[in-house]
Structure formats: C-alpha cells, structure tokens
Design a protein around this ligand. Structure first.
Ligand code: FAD
Length: 394
C-alpha cells in the first residue's frame, strides 16, 4: 500500500524486474531499509515464470537460495564438432524469475519501510535534489530513483553503428524417456542453418526428462513465430529422436534482447538513475545481464550506505567496450566468420577462461593469449570499419 499521508520516499525502485529486484535484495541485505523509506513500483508485482536468468560465478554471488539448477559441464558445437569441458573454477547457474521475485518480494513485504505500488510509470522528472516518479496512481517525490522501465531520454540521439537483437523462443519440454544429462548444458550449438543470421541452439537440461531448448539468433529482425517453432521441432527430432507428439511443452520462453554499440547515459535526469537493460547493463555481444546487475547494485548500496552521491557506474571498461564494438560489427556483417570465431574461441581455450573473458574479468595478457588463437584478418577489417568508435570507445 502506498503511504497515504505522504508522497515522499528516500528511494524509489521503478521497475521490479531483474534490475529492481536485485537492487532491492542488496538493500534488504544491507539493512538500508531500516534508515530509508523505499517505494517499489511496477505495473505488475505478481511474480511470473517467464524468464530463466543464467549466469556463472565462482560462488561469489551469495544467492544460493535462488538457484534452480547448476551445471559443471558445458558443451559447444559448430561445424559438426562438439567441444565439452568440465568447468574448474566457475559453475553455470540458472535462476527462475518466478523464484527470484517471489522470494525477494516476500522478504520485502515484511519490512514496514518498504511500500509497494502497482501502477503504470509514465515519466520521471527532477527539481534540484528531488526526483519524481510520475505514475498512473500519482506522483511520488524521492531523493533517489533507480529505474529500469523507460529508455533514457536521449536514447534516439545516441550513436549506434551496429544494432542487432538476440532473439529467441525456447520450449521447456518434458519427455517420458530419460534423454537429458542434467549435469551438462549446451551453451551454443551452431549446427544449424545460418541463413537468417548467427544462429544456435541453447539447451539447459534440468532433469533427465526435462529441459529448456532455445532457438536463438543474433540478427537485425525478428522472424515469424513458426520459423523458431519449426527449428525447435526439427532440433528435438534430430538430437533426441522425438516426434512432436512425444514430448509435452510445459513452458515457452521468448525474448528479444538488444545487442548494440549504443552509448547509454547513466542518468535519466538528476537523481534518476537508468539501470537494467534500459541503463545499458546488458552486455552487447552476449545479452548476459544478471551478474552485472549484482555488481551495479553493490556499488549503489555502498554509496547509499555512506550517504554520498551514487558514483558513475560503467557497465564495461574501455577495453571491453572496444572488444564488443569489434565483435558486434562482425556479428552483423560476417555471419560465417563469426561462427568460426566462436568455434576457435571454444576449441582452443579453456572454457573457464572464456567465461572469465565474457565476464570482463581477464587481464590484458590473458586477452592477448585468447586473441592469438583466433584469425586476425576479420578483426583488422572490423577495427578499420569501426575506428571512429574505437578511438573514443563511444
Ligand atoms: C526471456 C529472457 C531470458 C533472459 N535470460 C538471461 C540470462 O539467462 N542471463 C542473463 O544474464 N540475462 C538474461 N536476459 C537478459 C536480461 O537479464 C533480462 O532481460 C532482465 O530481465 C533485464 O532486467 P531489467 O530489470 O532491465 O528488465 P525486466 O526484468 O524486464 O524488468 C523491467 C520491469 O519494468 C516493468 N515495467 C516496464 N514498463 C513499465 C511501466 N511503464 N510502468 C511500470 N512498470 C513497467 C516490467 O513489468 C518489469 O517488471 C534474458 C532476457 C529475456 C527477455
């Protein structure tokens, strides 16, 4: 219920998806809600089972209670070959959006300083040190707003050379026969036509009889639904020998995640911070966001605890931003070469090191070692084409 006698809060979390919930979790863990009044607004606060958020870590994200499944072995396939490795340092985890929101919202609902509001967010404004959340249920003034709902105001003015989508449809299926290995996830299986853009299957087996199988493309345009569905049906037949009537689709997951070299502004307006995907926290070349939201939330909460200003938070350092700009260009313009690059990456490197690199935690020498195993020419072409962005990283 909204505070009836006041429209004032210390903090508003606008949007209770992955970004808003993660920030709320860190606020709860820190005890900040003892000191601050917090408003959480979303058009729907009902937990849903629409997403599985996967990430890898070395046990440093203390969210074990939320993990639905984890895998120690990953496979990667391309050009008819499969590369399989047991991870040594990382584990690949899956969190269901249903569990994440149910648990965090339940915990927050016990806190008298946290108020929930189901309403449409229309805009944000600020006047000096006061920020306002304008909703269909009224306007709320706050000291800080963290929003993951509306695109930044200058969104359409930002420079973009490569603009793709990671789009997919996934089927969670159940089978009568024990067909899956619940210890092994297929990160990318490129053994499929690449005619519509860089295309692969992603397989997350949860039990021997239950798996999520996604047909994913990195390309500029969404396809007709039947194309994803036909591809899934074909793959399930080829890989697991099942006809359409021999399995039950228990859940459908779909998405279109931006893959762009767009520069995102941190601030929507004074004291209103853009977070989540609309804040540019999605890694442009992979779509992975979940771990970055944890890192972002830690920084925000540390600043709020000190009573200071929220600092500039970069989603990526300059070096990694440049790598993303270069790879995005290739993903957009050179589909077959991009698949070869992925193949060489997984064929010639330790998977732990690749995950560390994708998490932007490698040092420059480790990166040079990774790059030395890839063919240089495509990268030189991309660097030449994208030099105007690389020089500034912007
Ligand atoms: C299906 C799917 C699977 C994904 N899987 C992964 C993964 O495995 N690993 C990973 O790292 N990333 C993954 N991503 C990418 C990314 O992590 C997610 O998109 C993540 O949900 C982004 O968090 P967010 O808070 O920015 O957006 P959301 O989680 O979409 O949250 C936005 C919230 O804002 C609310 N909202 C929107 N507009 C309004 C409005 N006008 N008024 C009020 N409320 C509003 C919505 O109801 C929603 O709750 C996935 C994305 C999708 C779509």
């Amino acid at each position: 219920m909204v505070n009836s006698n006041s429209n004032d809060y210390d903090i508003a979390i606008a949007g209770a998806g992955a970004a808003g919930l993660t920030l709320l979790l860190y606020i709860l863990d820190s005890g900040l809600s003892d000191k601050f009044n917090i408003l959480v607004v979303d058009k729907s606060l009902k937990p849903d089972n629409s997403k599985t958020w996967c990430f890898w870590d070395k046990g440093n994200l203390t969210i074990n209670d939320f993990i639905y499944h984890e895998w120690e072995t990953l496979t990667f396939s391309a050009f008819g070959n499969t590369y399989r490795q047991q991870l040594k340092e990382y584990h690949y985890h899956c969190v269901r959006s249903l569990d994440y929101s149910t648990k965090i919202l339940e915990r927050a609902s016990l806190d008298k300083n946290i108020t929930f509001l189901e309403a449409e967010i229309v805009d944000f404004t600020s006047n000096g040190e006061i920020a306002s959340v304008i909703t269909s249920a009224g306007t709320f003034d706050c000291k800080w707003v963290f929003q993951s709902v509306l695109r930044p105001r200058d969104y359409n003015d930002a420079k973009v050379d490569s603009s793709l989508l990671q789009h997919f449809i996934g089927w969670e299926i159940e089978t009568d026969e024990a067909l899956f290995d619940p210890d092994t996830a297929t990160l990318m299986d490129f053994n499929t036509s690449q005619e519509n853009g860089v295309t692969f299957f992603y397989v997350l087996p949860f039990t021997k009889r239950k798996a999520l199988i996604e047909y994913t493309l990195f390309s500029g345009n969404l396809l007709d639904t039947h194309i994803y569905e036909d591809a899934l049906e074909h793959y399930i037949h080829e890989e697991f020998g099942l006809e359409r009537g021999q399995y039950t689709i228990t859940r459908v997951e779909k998405g279109a995640i931006p893959m762009e070299d767009r520069v995102y502004q941190q601030w929507y307006c004074n004291r209103v911070m853009n977070t989540g995907t609309v804040g540019g926290f999605t890694k442009p070349t992979t779509g992975y966001t979940f771990t970055r939201l944890h890192e972002m939330s830690k920084i925000i909460v540390a600043a709020l605890e000190k009573g200071g200003k929220v600092p500039h938070i970069k989603a990526s350092d300059y070096r990694f931003r440049v790598y993303d700009i270069i790879l995005l260009y290739l993903l957009k313009h050179e589909v077959d070469i991009s698949v070869k690059i992925f193949r060489d990456l997984f064929k010639k490197n330790n998977f732990d090191r690749i995950l560390q690199f994708l998490d932007e935690k490698t040092n420059f020498f480790q990166e040079l070692s990774i790059f030395s195993k890839l063919s240089y020419m495509p990268f030189f072409r991309s660097i030449y084409k994208m030099k105007h962005r690389i020089v500034t990283g912007a």
